[in-house]
Structures are given as C-alpha cells and as structure tokens.
Unconditional design. Structure first.
Length: 523
C-alpha cells in the first residue's frame, strides 16, 4: 500500500487527453498543468458557467482524510459511497491540510484565508473580512453555523453568538435534525446564492450507527477516567471504531445533500466544496485532539473535494494544498476580488505554484512545526496502515466490529467452542432488560454492551466473549477503571446480531489452556 498511488475510480473509462486541463468557460482557464503532481482522468467542462454560480459548502468536523481511505489509498466506496460518488465528478485533494487543531481557530482560518493561531472569538466582530462578507456583495446567504458566528446579522438573520455552552449543547442534541432543517432551504435560486452548513459530525460524542440509529453506553463506563479513555489500547481502538461507524452515518447525510442538489437542479451548476475544520488523530495512545510532533500529520490531513460548475469527470491532485486555499478558489470561480491580505491561493490556475509544498502546523501556544511533502506522505501511509490493521477496508472481514483479541472467534457459534463449568468469576450487564424486547426500527438500539466483573478474579486481566442469540458478536478485554479496581467491559455488537423481540445475551471469559480457546460462562 502506497499513498503515492491514491486514485479515484471513474464510473467508466475516459480517454486521457494529451494535455491535462479542465476549462471553466466564460471566465478563466483552469490549467491542470499548473497543479503539479496531478494524475487523474480529466474531462472538459463543456457548458458555460454563470458568472456568479451557486456555491454550496459543507464543512464537517473532527475528520481526518485517513478515515476515508481504503487499502488502495482511494476513498472507500463500500463504507463511504457518497464521498466516493462526489469524487467521481470533483477534484479530490488527498493531501489537503489544515494548520490548526481547534475548531474556532480552524474555522477562522478557513473563512479568512489566513493562518491565525492567537485566540479570538470566531465571530464577525473579530473577523470582519471573511468569506461571508465577500460573497455577501453579490450572493444571498443561506448559512447555518454551529461553532462560530462569522456571518454578520445583516446577511444572516438567524446567526447567533456561540459560546462553549451552546456548542456543547449542539454536540449533545439535534445534529442530524439541524442538518435536515438546513437541507430543506436548499432550492434552485432565482439569484446567486451561497449555501453553507457546518455539520458537527463525525465529531464525538460517537452515538450514531451507519443507519442513523443511536446507541447509549452504560453506567459501568462512568468510572473510567480520561487517562483510561486515552491511554488504554482497547478503549482507544474502540473510540476509533465508533468514529468510523459515525463517519458512515455522516456519509449518509452527504448523500442526502447530493440528492437534494440533484433534485433541485443545483448539482451540475454549482461550485461544491466539501471539507472539514481539521483532522483528528485516532488509534494512537494519548490526546488525539491537540497537536504534537507525534500526531501532526493525522491532525493536519483534512478532506477536501471541490466540484466546479459543470465538472463531469473526477480528478485527483496529489500535491499539497491547504484549507486556507478554499476562499480564494471560491472568489475566483465567483468572480469576486478579495480586498484584504490573505495567505491562501486558488486551487486551480497559475496561483497554485505559490502554494507551499511543506505543511505548516501551529499549536495553540503559537509553536510552529513544518512537515516536508515526503514526511507528510510517510506519516499518512503509517496512519493508514494502523487503520487497516485494525479494521481493514471495504467489506473485508472482520470489518469494523471484529476488533479485539481472538478475532477469529468473531461471528462464530458458541457451540463451536468448548464451554467450561462456571467458576467464581461473574459478570453483571448494565440494563439487561434492553434485550428482552428489541425493536429493530427503534431510535436507540442496545448495541453497546457494558457491565462489570464480580466475584473471584474480577480484578485480574480477562478477555471476554460477548454472545447474542448463541453467536459471538464481540470480543473485548476487561478494563480496570483504576489500579486494583474491579474490571468493567464495553463493546459494540453489530446491528445484525440483534433480532426482534427477546435476545439471549451471554458473557464468557476466554480461556486458552490448550490449542483451542475455551469459554467459561460468567452469566
């Protein structure tokens, strides 16, 4: 696997032109030759785009490019079909980076095209020249911000000042509902319109399954400290798993947005930008939110797909670009001059030669780090290997649910293994009544199994098999909330392991005295 071979899959073969180019007619020529490192199937934009085309921009949150990738380094079309579908028609920048690790700072940089690390509130009063005021000269704005208030009230009547408390509330409730509400205002406009949505997904808390149904944890998890969640290998892997499942739901929402754009006639005509505030570090021990020399590439790599008006064929531009280059790109396509000093450069045309090949990262204290292009790619490849080692890609087994020890036991019948007599170790499952009458179409499904160990050996290391309806649905080690405490367990089981009505749940300790594992019942 080599990230240098990133590629998208086109829906059908397209002959490679002798000169790589994509032409935005009626305005400017966007020469692919100016984007060094471009390898793609490039089509020609044959229809004349309006001088001020509709602009649609989706900004997701806490989302590293690595999460999207499959074993070949492309967008995983099995797990994330709608991101892959957009890439078939858009320009994908797999080495796009954001320079900051905190949402407020990252959004300010995205909307001002400047890397500003010093903390000021991400609102209009502190950032008067920004993308909203730029487009507001010619465009009607239909914007929904969730962690900022950069749009002035004269342009966005519904804008409200955000606080830490309000953002925490929005993370806890109503994220899909607010997205659906914004989507309903997207319609074919009679005048130039900028549609913007900041989506607080796949950001935690991780509570969504790919279907959009939710799940809750149990009270036994409450005793786990911050250190355990960030430095225990099993819990770190489980958080990565939950992030990827929530990303599948995020992909579903993107699909709804793309379908809405098609049904309103906006898809072809619009400049569409899909990105995120910044990346995130998953699968590594430690704080994955704050920038450090160890996780710099994970946090830097940020998804970026740009579909020009009437662009038909997907492209992959492998050279390094930045999220601060989004604003000048929109300004160029929308024919609006930027009248303040910016660092960003348009992603198409001659200005691309001025985009640095190295990646700048700035910590919250102002410390600067740079990664060369080769170093960024090397670290990205290492991060992808880590993800693939845990979860594979596509529909390869054991998939997102097959993490933990004894992976070969996942999905097997309990009767396939020798079951020992019960011993002194017992297990208590949180809220076992949830499994007595399961409704598969319910808003909340009992797919997160949590509980605690009791009795003899409850403070010692144990590896558990969790079975539903006679089949092993998850393997998980028990975790000590603190040194010397009785251990707790937590694992996700697939939705497919549940059946309507009563579900039999069993917990076993896995013993391995001989060649084959043996199961000691704990319930």
């Amino acid at each position: 696997m080599n990230l240098g071979n990133l590629a998208t899959r086109a829906p059908r073969p397209v002959r490679r032109p002798s000169r790589l180019a994509a032409v935005l007619l009626g305005a400017c020529v966007l020469a692919a030759a100016s984007c060094s490192g471009t390898t793609s199937r490039v089509g020609t934009v044959r229809q004349r785009a309006p001088r001020h085309p509709p602009v649609v921009m989706l900004v997701f949150d806490e989302f590293s490019t690595i999460s999207l990738l499959d074993a070949r380094g492309g967008i995983d079309a099995v797990r994330y079909p709608h991101f892959a579908a957009l890439a078939h028609h858009a320009t994908w920048f797999p080495y796009a980076t954001a320079s900051l690790d905190e949402t407020g700072r990252a959004l300010r940089s995205l909307f001002t095209a400047r890397t500003t690390w010093r903390w000021v509130k991400p609102d209009y009063a502190e950032n008067r020249p920004n993308l909203f005021t730029l487009l507001g000269r010619r465009y009607r704005l239909r914007a929904s911000e969730e962690a900022s208030s950069l749009c002035p009230r004269r342009l966005c009547r519904s804008v409200r000042r955000q606080t830490g408390r309000s953002i925490r509330h929005e993370l806890a409730t109503g994220r899909p509902e607010r997205f659906e509400s914004w989507l309903r205002i997207v319609r074919r406009p009679t005048r130039p319109t900028f549609y913007f949505k900041h989506v607080l997904l796949p950001h935690g808390p991780w509570v969504f399954l790919p279907s959009g149904q939710r799940y809750h944890g149990g009270r036994s998890e409450a005793g786990l400290s911050w250190e355990r969640w960030h430095f225990n290998r099993w819990l770190v892997n489980q958080d990565y798993q939950r992030h990827l499942l929530q990303l599948e739901f995020t992909d579903r929402l993107l699909g709804e947005a793309l379908q809405r754009l098609r049904s309103t006639g906006l898809y072809d005509r619009s400049l569409i930008v899909v990105t995120a505030d910044n990346g995130e570090c998953f699968g590594r021990l430690g704080n994955g939110h704050e920038l450090s020399p160890r996780n710099a590439a994970d946090i830097a790599l940020t998804p970026l797909l740009v579909k020009l008006p009437f662009q038909r064929a997907g492209r992959v531009v492998r050279r390094h670009v930045r999220t601060i280059d989004v604003l000048p790109t929109i300004a160029r396509v929308a024919h609006l001059p930027v009248d303040w000093r910016i660092e960003g450069r348009a992603l198409f045309g001659p200005s691309t030669r001025h985009i640095p090949h190295s990646t700048l990262m700035v910590t919250r204290s102002g410390h600067r780090m740079r990664l060369s292009e080769d170093e960024l790619r090397r670290r990205a490849a290492a991060a992808l290997r880590l993800k693939l080692g845990l979860f594979g890609s596509g529909d390869s087994a054991p998939g997102l649910y097959g993490i933990g020890p004894y992976r070969f036991m996942h999905g097997t019948a309990v009767g396939q293994w020798r079951v020992l007599p019960a011993g002194g170790l017992r297990a208590s499952v949180d809220d076992p009544a949830r499994y007595r009458d399961v409704r598969l179409g319910a808003r909340v499904l009992p797919v997160k199994v949590t509980g605690r160990l009791l009795g003899s050996g409850s403070r010692r290391r144990a590896e558990l098999a969790i079975a539903l309806n006679g089949r092993i649905a998850a393997i998980a080690p028990a975790v000590a909330p603190r040194h010397g405490a009785k251990r707790v367990f937590s694992a996700l089981v697939p939705e497919s392991a549940l059946r309507p009505g009563a579900n039999g749940i069993e917990i076993f300790a896995i013993k391995r005295a001989g060649k084959a594992p043996e199961l000691e019942p704990l319930l």
